[in-house]
Write a protein that binds this ligand. Structure first.
Ligand code: IVH
Length: 661
């Protein structure tokens, strides 16, 4: 019997799964966000009309689970042990020698993989459907975190065939997501996570899946099992098969003939790992031949067929010259160690975060002390421990008044953060303006720290909305300001009036509402007024919005001073409504690429204008590209465009096209 709605639902699910895989696993999307959202919206609409068609593997069911009371403990199919470590090439050579001796072979074929720094997870499928996800726990028994794991987009809800398998792998946060997580933590006045691994653990091991969903966790699979045992004769084959089943498998892997090739791989990533989007703390070396793995077996704690080579942490010793206190956007006072500058892993470090008073006490740190510091990836360097207390050391005392405005500070019971009570504190205002004008927010190029300080200190800007009333006369007297720069900044401020609704929501700096939540809110409500009027229940109907986020939005929007700010921003002409994605316009059907610096438009602004006129902007050039818009100092795209015969135009020609309607 034919049921056209059921058929469409099935078709939409397959289509969305394919695009999820392209986007989240292969990192090569084919659809724009609005196109993808259109598919998901249609599926939701149909499933709402026909609830009996909803199945747990539908892409609409990623975030649906309700908060639980506690975790259920579940036994693993086979021990989920960790790896022995090698800290030097010598220790790795010992490992290779042991394996060769036990195997009775002269040379071993190994597979090398990057060791991602997260937490391990076992994901079970039966009949091809995601069943349970279990953390490592003590290796024998872990905690069931299925609802949380479902929110991780790189974990397929359904396999292409009805297999019963188990994929083990690492749940990680990219560095960008880690920074976002820490910004959100600061917004909530919670102490920052020390590293991406803690942040990932914090997001996976929470009882409320909506909290997990707010972090874009990622999952890289590295072992394939059925009934607790490997399914493929070669480990390299297992990784390929995991990829074919729809899992994300790290492409930085290699099958190596003997130790020298393993060392090549390790040395290569030692110097290239900084450029990766996530932290790696080493390389995992595994015997490729699974039958040999089984012959080698396990010690009580580790497999004898694999080892983790650990890179040395990037550490250095230096002196704490002073401890200063910054005041953030929410008024929280954060102590920072000012260091005798020291090179660490190719970067000169002169500051380290100390998070809060308790952290300083925990370290037993005083001003003047010699300390060991560490940096990994993009993470702000931190003090690991005091190495040599100075004879004339001075204890740090948290100020009792705000170092910026002099108002009293408070520390609420049960909180680690100390906060300035003055909501008009200039420090808070400066941080709010910097957040507002940020690149991924209202994207006002040129509004840097130095300028913002002057604007606030001279009373030219008392609220972010004042930015829209600045004039050339206001800016010209400022330091390092000429007419060209001033006009450019004013033009950038002016351009920001057309920033999309999600950016405006993000720009408001509502606690717990970062970029992603702002996008979700914009999409769900379509208007800032609707969000401001929504009840906590209404707010929670939006995907991924839980009770705490809803409460933060309610309390922000019910504050009279924030309501007044909204009205001033509305009067300044900011976008309070979601603009429908244009399906037609003068540039409909045309694909553009951009290169170099355009004389007046920022890259973001050019992209927005092209898209608003129905055109498409891609990051690379192909035969499908209709125009390359080139500015000063163009990149390699220009050569590529010429070799493909793609027409190259300048900004003036683009503006002409935009007007030709
Ligand atoms: S294999 C018996 N492969 O590192 C094999 N582990 O210190 C066990 N890890 O518990 C794991 N990347 O959480 C393996 N490519 C990789 C890995 C990896 C990260 C983690 C994993 C493991 C720990 C061992």
């Amino acid at each position: 019997m034919s049921d056209p709605i059921a058929n469409e639902v099935l078709q939409l699910r397959r289509e969305i799964e394919r695009h999820d895989h392209l986007y989240y696993v292969l990192d090569s999307p084919e659809l724009s966000d609005p196109e993808y959202d259109g598919l998901l919206r249609r599926l939701r609409f149909l499933e709402e009309r026909r609830p009996e068609l909803v199945t747990p593997d539908s892409p609409t069911q990623r975030v649906g689970g309700k908060p639980r009371e506690g975790f259920v403990r579940v036994a693993h199919s086979s021990a989920m042990l960790s790896l022995d470590n090698a800290y030097s090439e010598g220790e790795l050579a010992d490992f290779d020698r042991r394996v060769r001796e036990l195997a009775g072979r002269d040379q071993i074929e190994y597979v090398t993989e990057l060791k991602l720094d997260g937490l391990s997870l076992a994901v079970h499928y039966s009949d091809g459907l995601l069943g349970r996800a279990i953390t490592r726990g003590d290796g024998a028994v872990g905690e069931e975190v299925t609802e949380n794991a479902r929110t991780i987009r790189s974990i397929p809800l359904r396999l292409p065939e009805p297999f019963a398998i188990e994929a083990r792998g690492e749940v990680i946060l990219t560095r960008t997501e880690f920074q976002r997580a820490n910004r959100d933590r600061l917004d909530q006045d919670l102490p920052a996570f020390a590293n991406p691994r803690n942040a990932a653990a914090g997001a996976l091991r929470v009882l409320d899946p909506t909290i997990t969903a707010q972090r874009r966790l990622d999952f890289y699979a590295y072992l394939l099992l059925a009934n607790g045992a490997p399914t493929e004769p070669l480990h390299a084959g297992a990784l390929d098969r995991l990829g074919a089943l729809g899992f994300k498998v790290n492409t930085h892997r290699r099958t190596c003939q003997g130790l020298p090739e393993v060392l090549d791989f390790i040395r290569h990533w030692e110097t290239h790992r900084e450029a990766l989007p996530y932290d790696t703390d080493g390389v995992v070396v595994k015997v490729n031949d699974v039958a040999l793995q089984q012959r080698l077996g396990w010690t009580a704690r580790f497999p004898r067929w694999a080892i983790a080579y650990k890179y040395a942490a990037q550490q250095a010793t230096t002196t704490v010259l002073d401890i200063t206190v910054n005041v953030g956007r929410t008024g929280v006072l954060t102590p920072t160690a000012i260091l005798q500058p020291v090179p660490v892993g190719g970067v000169t470090v002169s500051r380290a975060t100390l998070h809060n008073e308790d952290e300083i006490a925990r370290l037993g740190l005083q001003i003047g002390d010699g300390v060991l510091i560490e940096r990994s990836g993009d993470v702000i360097p931190k003090v690991v421990r005091v190495e040599s207390p100075a004879p004339d050391r001075r204890p740090f005392v948290m100020p009792t008044t705000c170092p910026v405005c002099g108002s009293p500070v408070t520390r609420q019971e049960g909180e680690v953060a100390v906060r300035c009570v003055n909501t008009d504190c200039p420090a808070r205002l400066k941080e709010s303006i910097l957040h507002f004008s940020g690149r991924r927010v209202m994207n006002i190029d040129g509004l840097g720290e130095v300028l913002v300080h002057q604007l606030v200190d001279r009373g030219l800007v008392q609220s972010v909305s004042d930015l829209y009333h600045l004039t050339l006369e206001d800016l010209l007297p400022l330091e390092r300001m000429g007419e060209t720069l001033a006009s450019k900044i004013l033009r950038n401020i002016d351009n920001s009036r057309s920033a999309s609704l999600d950016r405006v929501i993000h720009a408001l700096g509502i606690p717990m509402v970062g970029e992603r939540t702002a996008q979700i809110l914009a999409r769900h409500f379509g208007s800032l007024d609707k969000i401001a009027q929504a009840s906590a229940d209404d707010l929670q109907r939006a995907e991924e919005v839980g009770p705490r986020v809803a409460e933060a939005i309610r309390s922000f929007c019910s504050e009279p001073r924030n309501r007044a700010l909204l009205e001033r921003l509305r009067a300044a002409g900011l976008e309070f409504e979601q603009q429908a994605a244009p399906t037609s316009g003068p540039l409909e059907g045309l694909t553009f690429a951009l290169t170099g610096t355009l004389p007046t438009l920022s890259r973001e602004a050019a992209t927005q204008r092209i898209q608003a006129a129905g055109g498409k902007v891609t990051s690379s050039i192909s035969k499908k590209t209709r125009y390359l818009v080139a500015g000063g100092d163009p990149g390699s795209k220009l050569d590529k465009a010429r070799s493909l015969g793609v027409e190259v135009i300048d900004e003036a020609a683009l503006l002409g096209l935009l007007q030709s309607n």
